[in-house]
Design a protein around this ligand. Structure first.
Ligand code: ZN
Length: 280
């Protein structure tokens, strides 16, 4: 199994206190956002390969430096693959991106349009997309809602990436969290673009929404575009896997359609790294 969505940070160095406080809305109770290497590795023991995301969004006080991320993933080469954060509202973002890819050898890019306050169609993103497309670097985007008061929902809608994918047809993109709660909007975007995927991280704790998303994915025949991720430390591997395998619990005797085993195990065992072209 592979995990395409995890986070690392030094909470007090890289996250503003107001961001940590607002994160309580994520699960509805205070979260321990501390990430320790040993705990991280133990939670991810069941995965052969793991994407570890950087995060840069000055607007919301989030800044995980590329060097920190590179040092973290260097502790487990061949298992951990870092995606550098990129905030195109900040000066020097292109130099940072090139350094992350060419000097630090990070494997992809993470962008957070709504947290950082930019539209993914913003012209400042074009050099990032062109660079990543030409070098075969995948970009994982936060899509869908969040808990931060300062993060504009307008930049979270999955349909915004339709325009990006039309203009950059070879760019590998992952739309995180299936753009919740705009999941169907996300599914129709990934259906029409061969290299655009969605990850199902952090959705199982809304079982009704999660179930409906999976049914819609089956009906649109896009389950092969869904990738597995946990969003650690927001959720653990075990609860994420169990949440997926128990997605039919809400059906009961209702006669509602079932999520098939092929859908569930397909998501869990998909070779996301091959699809995204992550090699080093
Ligand atoms: Zn996340």
């Amino acid at each position: 199994m592979q995990n395409v969505h995890t986070h690392v940070w030094e909470e007090h160095l890289h996250l503003a206190p107001f961001f940590v406080k607002e994160a309580e809305l994520s699960r509805g109770y205070p979260l321990d956002m501390t990430v320790r290497y040993a705990d991280f590795m133990s939670d991810n023991a069941c995965f052969e390969r793991v994407v570890v995301l950087g995060a840069k969004a000055r607007l919301n006080g989030i800044w995980v430096p590329d060097d920190y991320l590179a040092a973290f993933v260097a502790q487990a080469p061949g298992k951990l693959y870092g995606f550098a954060g990129c905030d195109p509202t900040q000066s020097g973002y292109l130099d940072e991106l090139r350094r992350a890819a060419e000097d630090l050898r990070l494997s992809g890019v993470k962008m957070m349009p709504m947290y950082a306050g930019f539209d993914p169609r913003d012209p400042r993103c074009d050099p990032v997309y062109a660079y990543c497309q030409s070098r075969g670097l995948p970009i994982l985007f936060h899509t869908g809602t969040t808990f931060n008061r300062q993060a504009p929902l307008a930049f979270s809608r999955p349909w915004l990436w339709d325009d990006v994918a039309i203009r950059y047809p070879e760019l590998r993109m992952v739309l995180a969290h299936v753009g919740h709660p705009f999941c169907e909007e996300c599914l129709v975007v990934i259906r029409k673009h061969p290299h655009v995927y969605a990850d199902i991280s952090a959705l199982f704790y809304r079982p009704w929404q999660f179930y409906n998303m999976l049914v819609a994915a089956q009906e649109y025949k896009v389950t092969h575009k869904l990738l597995f991720g946990t969003d650690y430390p927001f959720a653990t591997a075990q609860e994420s896997i169990e949440g997926l395998r128990q997605a039919n619990r809400v059906v009961g005797n209702s006669g509602l359609p079932y999520i098939t085993d092929a859908t569930v195990e397909g998501i869990l065992h998909r070779d996301a790294f091959a699809l995204l072209g992550i090699s080093s």
